[in-house]
Design a protein around this ligand. Structure first.
Ligand code: OGA
Ligand code: NI
Length: 373
């Protein structure tokens, strides 16, 4: 196998390149990106290099924007109806304009957030042999360690490893969760599910519906956690921590540490989502854009690679996909439609949506156009 250094590749000197076997030997190592770094590498392997970066307009711009992602304070929301109404208005505006907001005073104690970050760190930094046992590409497994779920589809691999756990509606047995983070994963997922239910109410109301509307549509049944670990990258300008993508769910609650690197595409500009201690980042997913008939936006976002690290984050995806409801159809909500606002999308099942999303991988395109009428 000729893989070549990054200098040679960028100079166009390497032509004979067996990408498939480079991917496979990386995958077979079962040690992810952290394994490469632990082996002392100083140049990133070719599979991580975005070879089209010069022509790819969405890559590499690091301008900062004067505008920033809205920050919404939930403090006192349960006790004051007028305040709650104001918060719903802010949530609705943020979802329409940004598809993203940060929330403070959401009710999950900062100590739980910090313990969760530490738990993800412990998983990724534990003994390699123990960690390897969790490595799998079998999506039927409730708990698994994986580097690049779309490794074989994507144009470039991302500088990131992940621990994934399906937590609802059928959680794993406690002993299936890694011992180093078992207790905090269970604690956090209970708390994040509670916050998720509150958000489904606020989002329903922001759409002008009854607070239980989205819950009654069974949008809140499924919870999938992905604990990401972004090791320091020796050549951060050549790759990304996470490629530009939209999320394949109703919404995501993202917990990030204080390293930074998350950006959202807002009016054709990449805007930083700065870490705020104690805050959570909420972003709309493709399924909520679909059921809201494009009122709420599922926005492209990405994570830059950095030469310092690791950066740790935990994404909690609300996406219902389970045997009891896999024939349920999701389409634009009837109450939101009118003659002036006809349906943009056809109905689909969450399984069909996910199958399409995952067959594509993070290729820089949205999955939604495929479901347009
Ligand atoms: C994701 C995601 C961002 C981050 O998991 O879908 O966008 O900061 N993660 O890790
Ligand atoms: Ni995402």
């Amino acid at each position: 196998m000729v893989s070549g250094s990054s200098d040679e590749i960028l100079a166009g000197k390497v032509s004979d390149y067996d990408r498939k076997s480079e991917l496979k030997s990386f995958d077979d190592s079962k040690l992810g990106v952290k394994g490469l770094l632990d082996a002392g590498l100083t140049k990133i392997p070719r599979m991580f290099i975005n070879e089209q970066h010069k022509t790819d307009m969405t890559w590499g711009s690091r301008e900062s924007s004067p505008e920033s992602v809205p920050i919404i304070d939930f403090k006192g929301m349960d006790k004051d109806a007028a305040l709650r109404t104001q918060i719903i208005k802010k949530v609705g505006e943020a979802c329409e304009k940004w598809g993203f907001f940060q929330v403070v005073n959401h009710g999950i104690p900062e100590s739980v957030l910090n313990d969760m970050i530490d738990g993800i760190r412990r998983f990724h930094e534990q003994d390699a042999e123990t960690k390897k046992e969790y490595y799998s590409r079998d999506s039927q497994k409730k708990v698994r360690f994986i580097s690049n779920f779309d490794l074989y589809q994507a144009r470039m691999a991302n500088w990131r490893d992940s621990l994934s756990c399906v937590m609802a509606p059928n959680p794993p047995l406690p002993e299936q969760l890694p011992a180093v983070c078992r207790d905090i994963v269970m604690e956090y997922s209970g708390q994040v599910m509670k916050l998720g239910l509150t958000l489904f109410e606020l989002l329903s109301e922001a759409l002008g519906l009854n607070p239980n509307h989205l819950k009654d549509m069974e949008c809140a049944e499924g919870l999938f956690l992905s604990g990401h670990y972004y090791p320091a990258c020796p050549e951060p300008e050549l790759t990304l921590g996470t490629s530009s993508h939209t999320d394949p769910d109703f919404f995501t609650i993202l917990l990030q540490d204080q390293m930074g690197g998350l950006q959202v595409l807002h009016e054709d500009q990449w805007v930083d989502v700065p870490p705020i201690p104690g805050a959570l980042v909420i972003n709309m997913g493709d399924l909520l854009q679909l059921v809201s008939n494009d009122r709420f936006k599922s926005i492209f976002h990405r994570v830059l690679a950095k030469n310092v690290g690791p950066r740790i984050s935990l994404a909690s995806f609300f996406n219902t996909s389970h045997p009891q409801n896999n024939s349920r159809l999701y389409g634009p909500i009837k109450e939101l439609l009118s003659e002036e606002n006809p349906p943009i999308y056809r109905e689909t099942t969450v399984d069909e949506f996910l199958a399409y999303y995952f067959s594509k991988g993070l290729d820089g395109n949205s999955s939604l156009p495929h479901f347009k009428l």
